[in-house]
Ligand binder design. Structure first.
Ligand SMILES: *[C@@H]1O[C@H](CO)[C@@H](O)[C@H](O)[C@H]1NC(C)=O
Ligand SMILES: *[C@@H]1O[C@H](CO)[C@@H](O)[C@H](O)[C@H]1NC(C)=O
Ligand SMILES: *[C@@H]1O[C@H](CO)[C@@H](O)[C@H](O)[C@H]1NC(C)=O
Ligand SMILES: *[C@@H]1O[C@H](CO)[C@@H](O)[C@H](O)[C@H]1NC(C)=O
Ligand SMILES: *[C@@H]1O[C@H](CO)[C@@H](O)[C@H](O)[C@H]1NC(C)=O
Ligand SMILES: *[C@@H]1O[C@H](CO)[C@@H](O)[C@H](O)[C@H]1NC(C)=O
Ligand SMILES: *[C@@H]1O[C@H](CO)[C@@H](O)[C@H](O)[C@H]1NC(C)=O
Ligand SMILES: *[C@@H]1O[C@H](CO)[C@@H](O)[C@H](O)[C@H]1NC(C)=O
Ligand SMILES: *[C@@H]1O[C@H](CO)[C@@H](O)[C@H](O)[C@H]1NC(C)=O
Length: 377
């Protein structure tokens, strides 16, 4: 039996095009895509074989492998030795039970089917050799399978309105002391530690801090500052799960201005083009190694933050109608629950010209930064 379970195939969110609905807001990115895994048998060993495993995504703009995230330690292909699985193409046992350990559950994999052996170019590139045997496995992502309930929610705020629009109540569940006592725990509870160590500890069951949204993860998008040519957003990811350190977490955000990210602090980032290059409005963020690539369990260190500086496109830029807020947010590939659009922080009604924080200090800073940027571009 192929020992695949030990082999953590880390794949990031599968983002797939669903026809972009023209200009409609709050649409479009669906974490939905198939992944093909191809096995090329390179040689037989006394009790099994050595195979080259390659992971593909089926569709343009589709899957991002963790290669983005960590090219040194992740690969979209790797070699694996498998024992006790037959030693000829007649007796070989195809691996049967594939589990993709994505940064979240949700992939179901079909049966392996034997396909025409892959041909490889070798040596000087003029000769070819072929795999002893090749098989494909297709894995399908389903948010439904991934989670019956969401695991993440979004809170919004901005400098132009004091209201913090929190995660919608009961985004990921409701506090219900009658039917589920102990379904969450308060940070100042004297029983905190015993609850963390309590039932469910070894099953990986989340133990969340009591909040109105009850989500293990909250993403807070704060529109922080407005300058003449730039604007600045602060994004905070908070972990409310006392039983989980998220290693190699990733965040995918869709925002119409992401084609113009000018500077990013504390996170890594890669632009994504979910519609195959036509629209460039999404980006994947992940932590910096040894700094915040681990999102600590709930508590004082259970958060990670970045600030993003975006250049305004005068044609599209506006603070109206929630434009400054993201359209979709995914944490580890799972869709985060957004507040309803009509709850977004409003612009002050009287709409006098926006007060801009033009202190001298800032002016100097931004001029210097702009010069620096001009220099690098
Ligand atoms: C994914 O695979 C399933 C079954 O293998 C198929 O029905 C579906 O159309 C595929 N989806 C895409 C987007 O290729
Ligand atoms: C099995 O291997 C033999 C020789 O190694 C080859 O002739 C035969 O076509 C292979 N069969 C399959 C199904 O790949
Ligand atoms: C596949 O693995 C999962 C989890 O390890 C297990 O629950 C399931 O029964 C397995 N299925 C088969 C067909 O072996
Ligand atoms: C197997 O997967 C590879 C990679 O996606 C693909 O190029 C090839 O056409 C697939 N073969 C079959 C028979 O589906
Ligand atoms: C559940 O209990 C906590 C503290 O014991 C309390 O703060 C919270 O309001 C209660 N929730 C409900 C829905 O009764
Ligand atoms: C998370 O990491 C911290 C320190 O790295 C460790 O003390 C803690 O036990 C870990 N928590 C879990 C749930 O693994
Ligand atoms: C998307 O935007 C980034 C800047 O944020 C830029 O580097 C990249 O080339 C753009 N890609 C496309 C396809 O326009
Ligand atoms: C970013 O915005 C500036 C100003 O509007 C514009 O000139 C530039 O083309 C934009 N860059 C991209 C990649 O859209
Ligand atoms: C701030 O936004 C909220 C909606 O989230 C709205 O009810 C409130 O009136 C706004 N405040 C101002 C000063 O416009």
């Amino acid at each position: 039996m192929a020992a695949l379970s030990g082999c953590a195939l880390l794949l990031a969110a599968a983002l797939l095009l669903s026809a972009p609905a023209a200009t409609e807001a709050y649409d479009s990115l669906d974490p939905n895509g198939n992944i093909t895994i191809k096995w090329d048998l390179k040689e037989w060993t006394p009790d099994g074989y050595v195979a080259m495993v390659t992971i593909y995504n089926c569709c343009k703009g589709g899957v991002i492998s963790t290669f983005n995230q960590d090219p040194a330690n992740a690969a979209s292909s790797f070699q694996i030795s498998v024992g006790l699985s037959g030693t000829t193409n007649k007796t070989v046992k195809l691996p049967r039970n594939f589990t993709l350990k994505t940064p979240g559950p949700g992939y179901t994999c079909g049966r392996a089917t034997v396909v025409r052996p892959t041909k490889f170019l070798i040596g000087d590139g003029r000769r070819t050799t072929q795999a002893l045997m090749t098989w494909n496995v297709t894995c399908t992502y389903s948010q439904f399978l991934a989670q019956k309930t969401p695991t993440c929610c979004v809170a919004l705020s901005s400098f132009y309105n004091n209201t913090i629009v929190g995660c919608p109540t009961c985004s990921c569940g409701c506090q219900n002391n009658n039917t589920h006592p102990g379904s969450c725990v308060n940070p100042n509870s004297p029983y905190l530690q015993s609850a963390i160590d309590g039932p469910g500890k070894y099953t990986g069951q989340p133990l969340v801090q009591c909040t109105s949204h009850m989500c293990p993860v909250k993403v807070h998008w704060h529109v922080k500052l407005n300058y003449k040519d730039y604007w600045r957003v602060k994004v905070t990811i908070t972990n409310f799960n006392y039983r989980m350190n998220y290693t190699d977490w990733n965040l995918v955000v869709q925002h119409p201005n992401f084609n113009n990210i000018t500077k990013l602090f504390s996170f890594n980032y890669k632009p994504l083009s979910p519609y195959g290059g036509r629209i460039n409005d999404s980006a994947m963020f992940w932590g910096m190694k040894f700094y915040n690539d681990l999102l600590n369990q709930a508590g004082p260190f259970g958060n990670a933050q970045t600030e993003i500086l975006l250049q305004k496109d005068p044609e599209t830029f506006t603070f109206e109608k929630g434009w400054a807020f993201p359209r979709r947010v995914y944490f580890n590939g799972d869709n985060c629950v957004m507040p309803p659009p009509d709850a977004y922080p409003w612009l002050p009604n009287a709409s006098p010209p926006m007060k801009q924080p033009w202190t001298l200090e800032l002016l100097v800073f931004w001029t210097a930064l702009a010069a620096l940027l001009a220099y690098y571009v």
